[in-house]
Design a protein around this ligand. Sequence first.
Ligand code: MN
Length: 233
Amino acid sequence: MSRFVFSPPASPGVAIAGSSERFPVHRIYCVGLNYADHIREMGSAPTPPVFFMKPADAVVANGAAVPYPPATANFHYEIELVVAIARAGRDIAPARALEHVFGYAVGNDLTRRDLQAAAKERGQPWDVAKGFDFSAPVAALRPASAGHVSRGRIWLKVNGELRQDSDVSHMLWDVPHIIAALSGFYELVPGDLIFSGTPSGVGAVKPGDALEGGIDGLEVLRNTIAPRAAAAV
Ligand code: MN
């Protein structure tokens, strides 16, 4: 058996509420434009689910500092319900979709909004706007055995001030329909995470800001924004 030329990168993982075990992350899928009020604030029109990805190693633990990313002057938060997948499937029917869910968590789809706006204007992909280092803070997953999430307040505060305040039931594409649509493009496998979209109220943060976000019944996600990392030598 051949060996790797150097040690493989560490496997990214997410905490599980009430457990010392961790959920290993395979891929991070995201849904864009899934709340009508956010679609309006972005000046967009309702569409079928817009999917994009972040790298698995973009996950950031609850409580950890997020370094202000390079190449942006408009760094935004987006509080979202995150769905974790426990069972593989393709072309999953909405009526069977919840059988594939491991659990739920609060996540933040951090976004370089200026790069996203430029990409949209040029008809280019969103990768640099969405899929950068430290772009996916996720709190502990609550196993689906404690209940599925189809409603409940979703909110985010910056330095204690309420900025986003909606309800998960306002999603245009609910969790079963997101899983059904996504599994028509990709085979979902255990370890996949799905960020399900953000309500209105998105905005910019700066180094020193404290972010706090929640969804009823799930662990509150708290992260601070750290100064921009020093240039690599
Ligand atoms: Mn988002």
